[in-house]
Every structure is written in C-alpha cells, then in structure tokens.
Design a protein around this ligand. Sequence first.
Ligand SMILES: CC(C)[C@H](C(=O)O)[C@@H](O)C(=O)O
Ligand code: SF4
Length: 762
Amino acid sequence: MPTSIPPPRTLYDKIWDDHVVHQQEGGETLIYIDRHLVHEVTSPQAFEGLRTAGRSVRRPDNTLATVDHNVPTFSRKNFTTVKNFIEEPESREQCVALEDNVKEFGLTYFGMTDRRQGIVHIIGPEQGFTLPGTTCVCGDSHTSTHGAFGSIAFGIGTSEVEHVLATQTLLQKKSKNMRITVEGELLEGVTSKDVILYIIGTIGTAGGTGCVIEYAGSVFRNMSMEARMSVCNMSIEGGARAGMIAPDEITFAYLRGRPLAPKAGQDWDRAEAYWRTLKSDEGAKFDIEVKIRADDIIPTVTWGTSPQDVVPITGSVPDPASFSDPIKRSGAERSLKYMGLTPNVRMEDIPVDKVFIGSCTNGRIEDLRSACKVVLAAGPKAHVAPNVHAMIVPGSGLIKQQAETEGLDVIFLRAGFDWREAGCSMCLGMNPDQLAPGQRCASTSNRNFEGRQGAGGRTHLMSPAMAAAAALTGKLADVRKILGADVASTTGGTTQIKVTSAFDYLTDPVLPSPAPERAVPKDVTAESNTTTPSTIPKFTVVKGVAAPLDIANVDTDMIIPKQFLKTLKRTGLGQALFHTLRKDPKTGEATDFILNRAPYDKAKILVCTGANFGCGSSREHAPWSLNDFGIRTVIAPSFAEIFKTNAMQNGMVPIVLSPEQCIDLANDARAGKQLEVDLEKLEVRREDGKLPISFHVDPFRRHCLLNGLDDISLTLRKADTIDAFEAKRSQTWPWLDGYGYSQGGRVVAAHPVKTSKKLDDW
Ligand SMILES: CC(C)[C@H](C(=O)O)[C@@H](O)C(=O)O
Ligand code: SF4
C-alpha cells in the first residue's frame, strides 16, 4: 500500500494542529490554552463572572498574574500595602481587586513587593512560563510578544479571559499564514525596533489582518530573544493578532535554567527534541509573503498618530497633499494638526520634551544596555538636554536588579536620566506617568495614537538607542551620528513586497462571502436544544438612527481612552465613548462630534467608511461603551479581529461591507435615514424603497447571537473532551503541567500570595 505523504505545514499549522480539542462544523475550533497571563485591567469582570456562576479556575498551574498597568513607578521604599501606596483611587481598586481575586482563586501572583513583578509580557518569558510549541493568551493585545519563542500567542478580551479561566480553552477560527522574510545584515545603529517599524510602514496597520505572521530570514535568525520579542510584540500594530519565530539554539539557550522551563535531567531533552520539530516545512504554503532587504532599513521614527506613519530619521514630515486617497489625506492632515507639525519639516529638527525608555516592546535588559551604550558613546560629559525629562522604566523588577548589577543605573543617573520602578508607565499612562497636553515624547513604546501617553500628548515611536540620542540632543536625532556609524544611507530603500496569494491585502477590504450561509453547525443545534443559559443579549433586528463616521483605523484608544479602563464593571461606559472626540480637552464642553448631535446622539448603528475599525488594544471596554451608548451594530469595510470577537461576545454584530456600500449607507445616515439590520435574514434594509444589502456572519456566531448563547456554557458541555485532551497533553508534553514554584510536586498549589511586606524583605 502506498503511504501518503502528509502535506508540508507551517510552524503555525503544526502548533495549531497540536492544540485542537474539538473541531466544530463551520470552521470554529476549540483549542487548548497552555499559558494564561493575567493583569489587573482586563481581569476583574472575568473573575466576577466566575464568581457569579460559581465557577473555579480550571488550571491555576498554567495561570500567572501580576500588576503592571496601574502601578506607580516612583520608589517603593515606603511601600507597605497597595492600599496605602497607590494614591489614585480607581488604580488602587483595580490592583486590590486582583490581589483579592488571586487569593480567592488560588493563582500564582507577583505583587508589588515581589522582584518578579513587571509587565506581563516581560515576566512570562523571564520565568520560562512562555515556552515553544504552546498556545499563550492574555487579556492584552501585546501577547503577540510571546510568539518569539515559537508559540501561538495572542491577545483576547475580558469575556475570553473568563472563558480561559473557566475552561482552559478558546473558540477560535484558524488564521491565514503570512511570512515576512528579512534577509541580509542590518546596518550599524539599526535595531529590531527599526525593523518592525519599517515592516509596519510597509504592510500598514491592517496588513496582517486575519493572519499569523511568521518572521523568517537571516535578520531574525541572528537576533537575540529580546530583539525577537520586540518584533513579535508589535505584530498587533501590523494588524496580525500573532507573530512567531521558529525556536532554535538561541531560544533554547535563553530558556535553559529558567524557573518554569523544563528541568535538565527531567523533561528538558524530550521538550527540546519536540521544539526542534517546530519549523515550517519546506514547501509549506503561505497565503502572503513579504520580502525585505535588511540594508534598506535605517533608523526609523514615526511622524503621525498611527504606527504605520513611519519615516527614516533622515526624512521629513510628509505633505498630506501628496496622498491621493481622500480618507488617507484627511487622516494625515488630522495627524499633523494633532502632532503640531508642518509638512516638510526635517525629522531631525523636531525638539522633544520627554523621553520614555521602557514598555513591553523595549523595557528589557538589552534595550537598557543599548540606550546606555549611546550615553557612553556620547562621551563622559554626556547629559540629558536641559529641555528634556528622560525616564527609564525597566520592564520588571528583575531587569531593574540586573541593570543595577551591571551599573547601568549609575551611568543613566549621572547623565541626568530618571531611573524608575517596573511597570507599563508612560506607554499608556494609566499610572501617574503621563504627558501634559502638547508635550512631545520620544518613546520606545508601541503606539502613537492620539492621547496615548496623556491627553493632548504627542508620541514619536523609535528604538531605545534613538530615544537615548533624542534625550541627549533634545531633538529627534540620528543615533548613528553619536555611534560614529556610517550615515550614508538616507532613505528607506527599495523594498519589494511579494504577495503570493491571490489578493492585494494592502488595499482590498475583507469582503463578505458571496452567499450568506444559513445552515447552523450540527453540534451547535444539538446543544441549543438543551437548557443552555442565555447570558448575552439576543440580537435579532435592530432598527434606528445610524451615525456616519469617516475615519480609517479607528483604534480602541480612540473609542475609549485609558482613564475609563479602571472600572471594575462592564456597564456605565456610554459617556466615555469617543471621549476625546466628544469633549473639548480644554473646556470640557461637548464638541460638535457626530454622536453629540441630534438625532445621532440616539444612534443604534454606526457606519464607518474607513477600514480597520477597532484596531490596537484588546480592551473589551470598547464594545462595552458602544453598547452602553446604545449602538448595537457597527458597519465598516473591515474590523480588527480582537474587536470583532469582543463585540460578538457582547451581543453586538460587526458587519463587513464593501467600502462603496459603507459610503452609500453613510450617505443615507447623513440624510437622516434610518437603517434596519436583520440578523435572521442577514440583510441591512434601507428607507425609500432602496434594495437591502446582504451581509455575512459566521453561522455559529449568528446562531449564538440570535439565541443569546454564551460560549462558556457551550464549552463546558465538552468537559469530557477537554479532560481527554489534558490526559493526552500530560503524556505527550508533560512539561506543560505547571511546576517550578512548588517543592517537587508535579502540579503546583498556588504560590503563597503575599501582598504586604517591607521592600527590604526582598
Ligand atoms: C489594557 C489592555 C487592554 C491594553 C492592550 O490590550 O493592549 C493595553 O495594554 C494597551 O497597551 O493599550
Ligand atoms: S503596550 Fe504598554 S500598556 Fe500595553 S502591556 Fe505593553 S507596556 Fe503595558
């Protein structure tokens, strides 16, 4: 009998296949989650959900929690308890809530007195919690970071956090495969951050939508784990939920000896043998291929309010008049106004007020070393420019300790930098570290959205080396001049994008499937005949006022800014919806933004003509605030994936239509015509006898929305299948059952959670 040869698979295909718990008809798959990271912002409502339903956390041994977003970064010398250390009441409540929840549910937790506390995406790898071949999630969009280890790692919303806590699984649709290859040698002064900024500038913030990106080629193979993490971290800024790099000797060397990695003499050899199989097979099919030459990349900075607004440091602020697409042109005009920039100004002539070196993108030891190298290269008298306040915020307590052991803090302090405690800090400014209105910051973080680092604040993204150069010169600066490197390359070069799939992913919207599928998957029908509790609002027909919106790449920071993420509830956020656009930052008065004007202040439907609605952060607060305002459905040419899932988890329907159809419907809305969205018939009906427009919603999702079924109840009906998967997992990949903090036992009891002690007890 001839044996059939299995088709070649990508790295993503292989890990996906190894995690399928149950394949449903209709494309939804229940996958097992190996690693769950938890932080204080996106978990309170999830724990509350468990409590209300009387559920426990299924795998505390595979769950790791910390506080990062809200923690102040000033000295903890006087720390006694969170309650009396964090001054801002809502930040304090969120941190206290996490402390209470980890105690109640028995989870391992690194609190503020623990040196291992830090940004969630820094501590996972640091502890060896993140491992190759795993699935890893967190209620945070930058979970993509962990893909650097060859893991499928992606951000989820709070409803999905609850789903993972309760079931250790998630319902997912498989993504497309995209490969970005960068071959050659990076020029001196060019770092991983420049590479990923260049990539995002090339593919755009929606370029990776629907895909998992594999980064391949000599540039990534030669990168350290820290550099690989910076690259994978920003995959979400390129629209992909996940990015990954095949594990290799560099990965294994990084992991060896980490507290939660498999131990030498126990499972290490077996684990390593498995990890070595985790690479894309020769001939594996990628839907999209992008090829970039390393020497086309020079130090890169952003000029606008989207991470795709990049320019080489040797370049100038672009002129919006040069954009032919009207939405892009008005977007660029808006960006320049916000950024306080005029066209054609040289980037190197832009003065800065603040410098922020830190975040989950660039708060690792190597980033601090790279900034320090610039300070040293600038000579013994190097000092932060008088007009600048420059902060260095290590990503974790352990990184801070390591840097201090190496004496980096001394060099930074001598040069006038501010040396802080670990946390997210000014990346997002949920803690006191914020830009004042109008202040300009050279930042190593990942998002330059309006108001990201503080209302009215202006962000330029760059590498730690470039940020250090900006601190010393007081302006955006070409670090190569300080490093004595060759500055001959002055442009972004000649990158060629090769798209091997049949569609132009850079411009085409994700089109609805031609014929709306009406069949409901069999196993869903079977389950819905039972008494599944209905916990999400049902969606059948919604008729009412539609509000038009002509903005592309509406990010979730814009839908609801950070100050409203401190709530412990899912309700009451209607006032916060599009807050920065609806309230004049100076007077606090209502602006003439569309949702402030009658009849649109009663809108039930939002029609956005720009693509990529809901990009950026995974905050489920975005759909919560839309819902609370009264908007039950958003129509747009395309959606960011996390937003789409979050919306459906809350009984809302995101509808994808072509850009022309969106413009048509927005015109109806502007003319004051009502729209009617019928999920049963899958059509948008219009006034004046115009023909209805049909749309597509995944049949399983449609069934859940029509019947108000929540995923957790459905998944818990598969408890036996999950048990069986776990039994196989313990046999095949025994190192994934949590251990490391316990004294020899296979499955840990939770690490004792101490939440108050003096810092000198460390
Ligand atoms: C708070 C969290 C939901 C958010 C994210 O998902 O990214 C945050 O980390 C951010 O960077 O905006
Ligand atoms: S992007 Fe910023 S706010 Fe979000 S997790 Fe990373 S450091 Fe924290």
